[in-house]
Design a protein around this ligand. Structure first.
Ligand SMILES: [Zn+2]
Length: 413
């Protein structure tokens, strides 16, 4: 291959990658909400009524119902028949990775916490909200919390159709959603589209969510499959959006957060009703250097563009503010109080992953409710144990030769 052809190919590939990234809209929650309240004005009325209650909670006039909450999650993986682990039919391990990222981000245990500029670090907040995969379904049967659905089993759904948010809500979310008073419903789809000037923009949207207070049959956070991942297990199809932060962002909407520039695009006269997030004129994209200012925030530390509710690349966002954290918790009390009694079945560990030969391989363990060992268990490399309910390790459990042991305990009292 000649050098000039090689350079031309590189430029073409570079152009394509940049173009694909640039064409994606990060979030359609505001646009979706605007259409929803036209059809159902009670949604907006309900939000305004609850806003007063949220203010009372935030002002301390009404106590929060709980100091912490663990929300059961069901991941609906909508696929077109690909094998599990292939493309849109994402593997269980990747779902677990996205859940880990969500928990890390909401507890400010994210590995990139050090990237928060010093000027904003004191404003950063850790929520009292965690998430676990549901272990019991709506009918009381055991579940992995991962619901795989072939689109061929859904009526009136075709891959060639324009999968804009209304279509998705009516034809995919509505027939599949689990009771929103008991679960947070996360959807992973082949693609999400939107309509602009009468034209369907195929596969051009990363996600959207429904704000609290809306219809029960569409109360979900919806994502393109290639955004499901984490910092440690990025989705290779997601490019700069493959690190799981779309889920963190959309769940923020589902818990009542607006974008930093406020609902809609009202310029400097609108904000997100959160005092410690600087006002912003519009979204920030890419990965700018700090500080960055605009007409609304023209001096000092400038924009908090690294906030999860902005539009920067996944690896450039790393914080909620304390005000946002307080608001999400107040939103649960006001809109979703049943979730305060949630969890994923603590103190009930009938299924056990037993180790054999006193060795355990490096990897992620996720199929069991309980991981236990009563003897020496060794591994020469990293081991990650994830049990949905309990992890029990007796004396002698260790990882040798420099390997690291990571244990995820979700919903275990
Ligand atoms: Zn958004």
């Amino acid at each position: 291959m000649t050098k000039s052809i090689f350079v031309a190919i590189c430029l073409f590939v570079f152009f394509c990658i940049c173009t694909v990234s640039a064409q994606k809209k990060r979030c359609f929650t505001d646009e979706h909400y605007a259409k929803q309240i036209l059809k159902d004005p009670s949604f907006e009325h309900n939000r305004l009524l609850k806003e007063a209650e949220i203010s009372r909670i935030l002002n301390g006039q009404k106590n929060k119902n709980s100091v912490s909450v663990t929300i059961p999650v069901v991941f609906h993986i909508v696929h077109n028949g690909d094998a599990v682990g292939v493309r849109e039919n994402i593997a269980d391990a990747r779902v677990l990775a996205a859940l880990d990222q969500l928990n890390d981000d909401y507890s400010r245990m994210n590995s990139d916490v050090g990237n928060t500029p010093a000027a904003f670090a004191s404003l950063a907040g850790s929520t009292d909200i965690q998430f676990c995969l549901a272990s019991v379904d709506e009918n009381g049967n055991p579940t992995t919390g991962i619901n795989r659905v072939n689109i061929n089993t859904l009526s009136n759904v075709n891959q060639a159709d324009c999968w804009e948010p209304d279509y998705i809500s009516d034809r995919i979310v509505s027939p599949l959603i689990w009771d929103r008073d008991m679960y947070m419903n996360i959807f992973s789809l082949l693609n999400i589209d939107y309509v602009e000037d009468g034209e369907c923009m195929k596969n051009s949207l990363l996600g959207f969510a429904q704000f609290p207070g809306g219809p029960a049959n569409s109360d979900a956070a919806v994502h393109a499959y290639y955004t499901i991942g984490s910092l440690t297990m990025p989705n290779p199809s997601g490019e700069v959006y493959g690190f799981g932060r779309t889920v963190t962002h959309e769940v923020g909407h589902w818990l009542g957060l607006d974008h930093p520039w406020g609902p809609g695009f009202g310029g400097c006269n609108m904000d997100d009703s959160v005092a410690d997030t600087p006002n912003a004129f519009e979204p920030t994209y890419g990965c700018p250097n700090f500080p960055l200012t605009d007409d609304c925030t023209s001096a000092g530390s400038g924009l908090m563009f690294m906030n999860y509710m902005d539009y920067v690349d996944d690896q450039c966002m790393n914080m909620f503010s304390q005000g946002q954290s307080n608001r999400m918790m107040a939103s649960i009390s006001a809109f979703r109080p049943n979730l305060l009694n949630g969890g994923c079945g603590a103190n009930d560990c009938p299924e056990t992953l037993t180790t054999t030969s006193n060795t355990i391989s490096s990897g992620i363990y996720l199929a069991s409710r309980k991981v236990s060992s009563d003897g020496l268990v060794s591994s020469n490399s990293d081991v990650r144990l994830t049990a949905k309910e309990c992890v029990a390790m007796d004396v002698g459990f260790e990882v040798q030769n420099g390997g690291r042991l990571t244990v995820d305990v979700v919903g275990c009292n």
